[in-house]
Design a protein around this ligand. Structure first.
Ligand SMILES: CC(C)(COP(=O)(O)OP(=O)(O)OC[C@H]1O[C@@H](n2cnc3c(N)ncnc32)[C@H](O)[C@@H]1OP(=O)(O)O)[C@@H](O)C(=O)NCCC(=O)NCCS
Length: 175
C-alpha cells in the first residue's frame, strides 16, 4: 500500500484494485468475528477477490460508493453506499457492509464512517437511507444510536456460522 494516512477515503476503482488484499483481510476478519455480512467462515480467498472486484465494477459504473478508514497504512474499516438507480428511487440508497477490523473496534471508527457516508449521501441527493442487520447485533445498537428507525423484522432471514437462521431488522433514516 502506498502511504495512506489516518483518514476516510472514497475509493476509486483503481484504489480498490491496489487495496484488494487489505480489503480481503478486513472481510475475512469481519466474517471470522461472526459478522452477518453475506459470507460464512471460512471465506474462500477467490470468493473475496471476486466480491471486491464486483464492488470495483459497481463503483466504476457509479452505482456504489466505497469508503475506507485507513490508519497508518492499515485498512481499519469500510462501508458502502448502494445507490438505487430506478427513476422513482433516486433519493434513496442502501448502506451496506459496514465493517471494522477487530483491532480497531470501539474507537468510533464505524461512527466516523457512518457520518461520512451520510455526508456523501446528502451531497448526492440521497435523503433516505435504508439498511438491514442481524437482530440484536452490536451494529443494531450502533445504528439506533445514530438515529436509524426500525421499519420491521423478518424472521429466519439469514444463516449464521453455527447453522441457525436469525432474524433481520430493517432500519431507515431520513437525512
Ligand atoms: C458493528 C461494528 C461495525 C462497530 O464498529 P466500531 O468501530 O467498533 O463502532 P463504534 O466504536 O463507532 O461504536 C459506536 C457505538 O456502537 C455501539 N457498539 C459498537 N460496538 C458495540 C459492542 N461490541 N457492544 C455494544 N455496543 C456496541 C456502542 O453504542 C458504541 O458507542 P460507545 O463505544 O460509545 O458505547 C463492528 O463491531 C463490526 O465491524 N462488526 C462486524 C461487522 C458487522 O456486524 N457489521 C454490520 C453489518 S450490518
Amino acid at each position: 500500500m502506498h502511504n495512506y494516512r489516518a483518514m476516510i477515503y472514497r475509493l476509486t476503482p483503481e484504489m480498490i484494485m491496489e487495496l484488494v488484499e487489505p480489503l480481503s483481510h478486513l472481510l475475512w476478519d469481519a466474517v471470522d468475528s461472526g459478522a452477518s455480512i453475506g459470507f460464512l467462515p471460512p471465506v474462500d480467498p477467490v470468493e473475496s477477490l471476486r466480491y471486491w472486484d464486483s464492488v470495483r465494477i459497481a463503483v466504476y459504473e457509479g452505482s456504489r460508493v466505497l469508503l475506507a478508514y485507513i490508519e497508518d497504512d492499515e485498512m481499519v474499516g469500510t462501508v458502502q453506499l448502494d445507490l438505487a438507480m430506478r427513476k422513482n428511487a433516486l433519493h434513496r440508497a442502501e448502506v451496506m457492509k459496514l465493517m471494522v477490523h477487530r483491532n480497531g473496534r470501539r474507537r468510533g471508527v464505524a461512527t466516523a464512517l457512518m457520518n461520512e457516508v451520510e455526508k456523501v449521501a446528502r451531497e448526492m441527493g440521497r435523503t433516505l437511507l435504508v439498511l438491514d442487520t442481524r437482530r440484536g447485533d452490536e451494529s443494531e445498537k450502533l445504528y439506533r444510536k445514530l438515529g436509524y428507525l426500525e421499519a420491521g423484522e423478518i424472521p429466519r432471514y439469514a444463516r449464521s456460522a453455527d447453522g441457525t437462521l436469525h432474524a433481520t431488522v430493517i432500519l431507515f433514516k431520513e437525512l
